[in-house]
Design a protein around this ligand. Structure first.
Ligand SMILES: NC(=O)c1ccc[n+]([C@@H]2O[C@H](COP(=O)([O-])OP(=O)(O)OC[C@H]3O[C@@H](n4cnc5c(N)ncnc54)[C@H](O)[C@@H]3O)[C@@H](O)[C@H]2O)c1
Length: 329
């Protein structure tokens, strides 16, 4: 099969590119390199350096098909930034995706996989302890809202044009390719695990831990960490699942770890202390977000290989030790 991956130079997209290649597919990447890295794209994979805001350029790439499917990772995805610039996020994430979806429909693409997010659920005070697909959607930020707008765009693209889609609502993507071919290098970095690893390695100053008074067993937030290669596998399984109908899945392990447990794990795996300091809670950070992945498992047979946090930390730490400056070493 021949797939187009938008955002394939970014963290999750680059791991999905590797999984598609490993499975024997042909892949091309569309990425404007705004937050991605040229060297995260394997040299033999074509890279179209295009901004999805440009409909003409996007449509030209779709015309270079046929594409058996499009996997869409390209987005603005900083939650706090989206609260600072709500209209920018709402406009840009929805319009870039509208351009892409319209070009897919115009050029006969039949399958679309979309990076949605657990931030769809972040705004509810009474979030269930395990969040299933039937939980009420209550985004806690314009970022989360923009992702929900895209899920609705895809609903209508299916209903009117038959574009089948899988909306994969990731919980916390983490870790790195076990073979060391790719890793996490966001600039700026806002994710807890890479920040904790960098604090342990002395690459960054002490970690700021936002909120130590949450109603959890140790006072810090609880999140569900899914290894990025397991996440990539969910994309391949979702592609097989959407021949007849569109689907929506929550993608996590079903197991939560607190922020303090993440720090302990990094200390255990690295053998180094993690310097950290307590900081006030951030707006919009719910106490706990843990997926109920039962539907994804039942429909597709997906089974994460990295269930223990230490295993996830181990792959992330190894990549970072080999790339202390990230991709631009
Ligand atoms: N990382 C996580 O834990 C997580 C969790 C939930 C959802 N997501 C979603 O998964 C997707 C990938 O996340 P990531 O962590 O890999 O992010 P990332 O920033 O590493 O990757 C995004 C990629 O898209 C590209 N891009 C952005 N805007 C573009 C545009 N207009 N045109 C073309 N390319 C563009 C960037 O250059 C980058 O390579 C995002 O949509 C994000 O919202 C990520």
């Amino acid at each position: 099969m021949r797939y187009l991956v938008t955002g394939g130079a970014g963290f999750v997209g680059s791991h999905v590119v590797l999984a598609l290649l490993d499975a024997g597919h042909e892949v091309a990447v569309l990425d404007d390199l705004s937050t991605g890295h040229r060297s995260a794209v394997p040299p033999d994979v074509p890279l179209f350096q295009v901004d999805l805001a440009n409909y003409g350029a996007t449509s030209d790439i779709m015309a270079q098909g046929p594409w058996d499917g499009v996997l869409h990772f390209a987005a603005l995805s900083l939650v706090a930034d989206s609260v600072e610039r709500p209209f920018y996020y709402l406009r840009r994430n929805s319009l870039t995706t509208l351009n892409l979806v319209e070009a897919c429909v115009a050029h006969g693409v039949r399958k679309f996989v979309f990076s949605s997010t657990a931030a769809l659920f972040g705004g509810a005070d009474d979030c269930p302890s395990l969040i299933s697909e039937t939980a009420s959607v209550e985004p806690g930020s314009p970022y989360g809202e923009s992702k929900f707008m895209i899920e609705r765009i895809l609903h209508w693209a299916d209903r009117i044009y038959g574009l089948r889609s899988a909306c994969l609502r990731y919980f916390n993507a983490a870790g790195a390719d076990p073979a060391g071919r790719a890793g996490e290098d966001h600039q700026p970095e806002t994710h807890l695990l890479p920040l904790t690893i960098d604090a342990a390695l002395g690459i960054r100053p002490a970690l700021r831990l936002f909120g130590t008074d949450y109603p959890t067993h140790d006072g810090s937030c609880i999140r569900d960490y899914v290894h990025v290669s397991d996440l990539a596998d969910a994309h391949l399984k979702a592609l097989d699942q959407i021949n007849e109908r569109s689907v929506c899945y929550n993608v996590g392990t079903g197991r939560g770890y607190s922020n303090l447990e993440v720090i302990s794990s990094v200390e255990r795996v690295s053998g180094r202390d993690v310097p950290w300091e307590a900081a006030p809670r951030r707006d919009g950070d719910p106490a706990q977000l843990v997926a109920d992945p039962a539907l994804l498992r039942a429909d597709t047979g997906w089974a994460p290989q990295f269930l223990e946090l230490d295993q996830i930390v181990e792959t992330a730490l190894r990549w970072r030790e080999q790339h202390p400056q990230g991709y631009d070493d």
